[in-house]
Design a protein around this ligand. Structure first.
Ligand code: PSU
Ligand code: MN
Length: 295
């Protein structure tokens, strides 16, 4: 593990992460902005426990006290609440210099993985091309960052509030392999069914690890491993459309869109999306650990 020593280093890697063999990076945006107050912390801790149970070490990433931290204590993780700034790749340096609590997105977390050499990450759902592109021209920085980082991200596919086929096209353009974990179709975040075909299907963590290694030997960057949720939550497309309509009515734009829509869904699904989201984040962290251990 790379990671600078010395008190003026911007990135601080915890001792546990530095000494670990298999490491799985976890993000803090979903902790701060993906769940109701308190629930995000519980999900973050549960994801960490799942990584440990599989035999790997979790490296939860966030900006705190003017440093980018890789590996957080429970007290530190508790600082990532709704007041935290959502930190994509463009926001990291500003959070550091301005001393803001920066909750890293998938893209922000990957930028840190690249700097310190972490090769595996777990999350809920990847960001992507928002519906309606090019009005607004909103494409998550998750995609560009995944393309340039040698890391495998495990997610429940692509968030279905996005334009999933367009997101897959962009991933193809960027040369990012998308692997379906024991599935022929790309999972749609809460739902295991109804997505477009996966470009490649894999059957095991070790097959995934071999494929990632081959991709990296070619000089490739990131890969997406799409794991379907165990309990597929189907039939919520009408609610997603309602949430997106509410977002546009209330002029929610930019970084605020994804948290707004997720919150709307949690509140209007009788908590069903909340449960599904929680379960899939934890399961994805566990699979990321299995692949990291197969390397
Ligand atoms: N997965 C979840 N909940 C989330 C996210 C992922 O289950 O909140 C976050 C990730 O941090 C991802 C971000 O990077 O949503 C995408 O935001 P945007 O569309 O603004 O790039
Ligand atoms: Mn965006």
């Amino acid at each position: 593990m790379r990671g600078e020593a010395g008190s003026d280093a911007v990135i601080v890697v915890s001792d546990e992460v530095r000494e670990a063999g298999a490491v799985v990076a976890l993000e803090t945006t979903l902790v701060a902005h993906g769940f109701p107050a308190g629930d995000g912390l519980a999900v973050g801790l549960e994801a960490e426990r799942r990584v440990r149970a599989a035999g790997a070490v979790p490296a939860t990433v966030g900006v705190l006290g003017g440093k980018i931290r890789v590996g957080l204590s429970e007290d530190e993780l508790a600082r990532f609440d709704a007041n935290a700034r959502k930190a994509g790749p463009r926001d990291l340096a500003a959070c550091v210099v301005q001393g803001a609590v920066g909750a890293t997105t998938v893209g922000g977390t990957l930028a840190v993985c690249r700097a310190v050499g972490i090769r595996f990450m777990g999350t809920g759902g990847l960001g992507g091309v928002h519906r309606g592109f090019p009005a607004p021209p909103d494409v998550s920085a998750d995609l560009g960052e995944l393309a340039r980082t040698k890391a495998l991200v495990v997610s429940a596919g692509i968030k279905s509030l996005l334009d999933v086929p367009a997101t897959l096209e962009v991933l193809e353009t960027l040369g990012v392999p998308v692997l379906g974990f024991r599935t022929d179709t790309v999972p749609l975040f809460y739902s295991a069914h109804g997505g477009p075909p996966v470009p490649a299907r894999v059957e095991s963590a070790s097959e995934t690890a071999r494929l990632a290694r081959a991709h990296w030997e070619l000089g490739g960057g990131g890969l997406l491993l799409a794991r379907p949720p165990d309990d597929s939550l189907d039939g919520i497309e009408p609610l997603i459309e309602e949430a997106l309509a509410a977002a546009s009515r209330e002029d929610v734009t930019g970084q605020a869109v994804t948290p707004f829509v997720l919150t709307y869904l949690h509140e209007h699904s009788g908590g069903r999306t909340l449960q599904a989201n929680r379960d899939l984040v934890v399961a994805n962290a566990g699979l990321a650990a299995e692949v990291a251990l197969s390397q």
